[in-house]
Design a protein around this ligand. Structure first.
Ligand code: F0G
Length: 401
């Protein structure tokens, strides 16, 4: 048995329960799902369960049969060569690109579309820098409902746009940034009769918290670690922290990780806020970065993210674009593991953070590689390696001309 409550993240007020509610009835801030479960999983109970995030069903909203494609249970890969190259004691990379549409979004969208059906929705909508639109398009197709996505015109990676088109979403281009697209979605969804599935939707974060459950299971419960997460709208880092908190609250762990966020320096309102020791962020009006997934200037979940890093003893930092591209190269060439630029940002932070003494070497790091490298196959990202004529190569290795 489960009991759900929708509690405001700012004033703590509990709003009347509705699967369609996004904002607090009292102060208008965002809501968090609080789940009270009479029974919870443990490591023995999990043996033999479905190999997807739905194995953690006791803490997931299974109001009806889930809309699922086997999302979650992505590989947590130990990276010794990369750890040596970075100079850290122990490093794992969680390959979220292994999800059905190639990003962590599938976790939240699987739950989100399931809840949307239960709420009676026939049309779902989101604003997106690319991955949410690809994921929502696919899960809406599987559920047999209509999907509308708003994207910043000309600013999303080719693989993601291809996916949204392929899965049959209606794609509306908006001039401006992701932040402008999200503002339109929040302002217009109701009159369109559309169910909003951006990370303002509290149910989406319930899916994304499963990343924490998996890390706990995959590391045999040893959570004295640092978890490094790229931050855009700041939903994912907060969702993962919620998962760790639930593990602690249900007595499944005593220790919880330190949560470290990373933004790109051209889109870093939260990193700047922490660097200055300010209480609230200054928005970035025209965010710029090669990591288009996190090209966001007004992270709507910023309050959740601040609470996350403060309660876990972490922080949010920034890295430059050239460091992100170098991290992609390093991951790929030392481990054969790759990610789209946003997904490589945690490795970039680890490199610069360890070099500058910001991050301790003698610890364990789990970096969340949030999206698949083929999402954004821009030749400019691999300008360090260009094809050569075979004869030229032969000359080089044989020394003959
Ligand atoms: N990494 C990737 C690959 C993403 O696509 C996103 C967000 C993030 C990290 C940041 O996650 O927003 O929860 O802090 N992409 C969204 C989208 C905004 O529309 O696909 P966040």
């Amino acid at each position: 048995m489960k009991r759900y409550e929708l509690r405001c993240i700012a004033c703590g007020h509990v709003s009347p329960f509705s699967l369609r509610r996004i904002f607090c009835e009292r102060c208008g801030d965002l809501l968090e799902v609080r789940v009270e479960a009479s029974e919870v999983f443990n490591r023995e109970k999990l043996l033999g369960r479905v190999n997807s995030m739905w194995r953690y069903v006791e803490l997931l909203p299974d109001f009806r049969r889930p809309v699922t494609m086997g999302e979650g249970m992505t590989r947590l890969v130990r990276c010794e060569r990369l750890a040596d190259a970075l100079g850290v004691r122990e490093l794992y990379v969680k390959l979220e690109g292994m999800n059905p549409t190639g990003s962590f979004k599938d976790r939240g969208i699987s739950v989100g579309v399931t809840v949307a059906l239960e709420a009676g929705a026939r049309r779902v909508i989101c604003a997106s820098t690319g991955n949410t639109s690809a994921s929502l398009a696919a899960y809406a197709a599987r559920a047999g409902i209509e999907c509308v996505v708003l994207i910043p015109k000309g600013r999303i990676a080719s693989g993601k746009l291809f996916q949204a088109r392929l899965f049959g979403a209606t794609i509306c281009e908006v001039s401006g940034s992701f932040d402008d697209a999200l503002r339109i979605v929040l302002g217009r969804a109701e009159e369109m009769g559309a169910y909003v599935l951006n990370s303002v939707n509290p149910w989406r974060l319930e899916g994304q918290k499963t990343t924490a459950f998996e890390i706990w299971e995959q590391l045999d419960g040893s959570l004295g670690i640092n978890v490094v997460v790229p931050v855009g709208n700041a939903g994912n880092i907060s969702a993962i922290w919620k998962g760790f908190e639930e593990l602690r609250d249900y007595g499944l762990t005593d220790e919880v990780p330190r949560m470290i966020g990373v933004q790109s320096s051209g889109a870093a309102p939260l990193a700047r806020m922490f660097a200055k020791g300010a209480d609230s962020p200054e928005w970035v009006e025209s965010p710029q970065t090669v990591a288009s997934a996190i090209r966001i200037g007004r992270p709507i979940n910023w309050k959740r993210a601040v609470r996350t890093v403060r309660s876990s003893g972490g922080s949010i930092y920034s890295v430059d674009d050239h460091e992100i591209l170098e991290a992609m190269r390093l991951m790929a060439t030392t481990e054969g593991i790759a990610a789209e630029p946003a997904g490589a940002a945690p490795i970039a932070l680890l490199k610069s953070g360890v070099e500058s003494g910001l991050l301790p070497r003698d610890e364990t790091y789990v970096c969340i590689a949030t999206g698949h490298h083929l999402k954004d196959p821009d030749p400019a990202h691999v300008s360090w390696n260009v094809p050569v004529p075979f004869e030229q190569y032969l000359e080089r290795v044989t020394g003959r001309s």
